[in-house]
Design a protein around this ligand. Structure first.
Ligand SMILES: NC(=O)c1ccc[n+]([C@@H]2O[C@H](COP(=O)([O-])OP(=O)(O)OC[C@H]3O[C@@H](n4cnc5c(N)ncnc54)[C@H](OP(=O)(O)O)[C@@H]3O)[C@@H](O)[C@H]2O)c1
Length: 279
């Protein structure tokens, strides 16, 4: 598996899984575009990867809550003729507010903005024989869509709000490419990163070390996402750890929890949101 001569753009590169993915991509010879909201950390990671692996890595600043910037970055990535877009950035239990789009920030970070980037870049990425790889989550199972509360802004439970956004992202992307050539949906199972540190301090202090032992480390958990660069997913396929979706080597399996009418509604809704924002 080599990526020499390929340009890989990855969001959330400075996160727990993102860093590990960058290490692998750099080892495979890819040119990297690190799309992050924190320029200092991202630039420092880019320099580290360049020095360690002799590749070229650049930083692009992007806060997924800022839709105007998402539009600019989509154009910039199209100009750079990227081969792969890895939609890795995500947020779970964060302070909630409405973004300028009118959508809840968790919905926007995990669905609206990544979908916008995928929708814009998929045609050129596919033409170049590359792929859009989105990081999904088993949390999508907890949330069936609600026509009266699209972004779950009235819900308090973080797992439901996050699950709803991931569900939208995953099923909207399948609809963008029914051939399965240009899209891959992958997930890491459960692995300890910032995103899993959302428990109250005392609870987290108690479960932190057992979690490290029980679940796979980010270095292993990110392997299904790497597989996504080399293998596309048709409708309802995704790639994740083979044992109970949390342990072991990557395996492609079939998702059964989203009825066709719900998936169609998600796709319709995604397209509507995209058209509203594409100005
Ligand atoms: N860890 C797990 O068990 C698990 C399970 C299922 C799925 N996932 C998914 O895996 C992906 C990576 O998560 P992780 O576990 O590596 O968590 P993480 O360490 O918290 O990394 C999340 C990344 O997303 C970035 N991000 C958050 N909000 C953003 C925003 N508004 N704009 C731009 N970037 C933003 C973060 O940037 P900052 O560094 O600046 O905060 C960070 O780089 C996510 O999509 C997550 O949903 C993780």
């Amino acid at each position: 598996m080599r990526l020499d001569g390929k340009i890989v753009a990855i969001s959330g590169a400075t996160g727990g899984i993102g860093r590990e993915l960058c290490e692998y991509f750099a080892k495979m010879g890819a040119t990297l575009l690190l799309v992050d909201r924190n320029p200092e950390r991202s630039l420092s990671l880019a320099r580290e990867l360049e020095a360690k692996h002799g590749i070229s890595a650049e930083h692009i600043t992007l806060d997924l809550e800022d839709i105007a910037r998402v539009r600019e970055v989509a154009d910039e990535l199209a100009e750079r003729e990227i081969d792969y877009l890895v939609l890795n950035a995500g947020a779970y239990s964060i302070p909630r507010h409405k973004c300028s789009t009118g959508y809840d920030n968790v919905f926007q970070i995990n669905f609206v903005s990544p979908y916008f980037l995928a929708r814009k870049l998929l045609p050129t990425v596919r033409e170049r024989g590359g792929r859009v790889v989105a990081v999904g989550s088993i949390a999508h199972r907890y949330s069936h869509i609600d026509r009266a509360d699209v972004d779950f802004s009235t819900r308090k439970k973080a797992s439901l709000v996050y699950g709803n956004a991931k569900r939208h992202l995953m099923f909207a992307l399948y609809a963008l490419d029914p051939t399965g050539e240009g899209i891959a949906i992958a997930h890491p199972g459960i692995t300890q990163t910032n995103i899993t540190a959302h428990y109250p301090k005392l609870v987290y202090a108690i479960i932190k070390y057992p979690m490290k032992v029980i679940f796979m480390r980010p270095r292993k958990a990110c392997l299904p996402i790497i597989c996504g660069l080399f293998e596309g997913c048709r409708e309802n396929e995704w790639i994740g750890p083979r044992i109970f979706d949390v342990w072991g080597r990557p395996k492609k399996s079939i998702l059964k929890g989203c009825p066709p009418d719900e998936a169609a509604e998600i796709a319709k809704r995604a397209e509507k949101i995209y058209k509203e924002l594409d100005c």
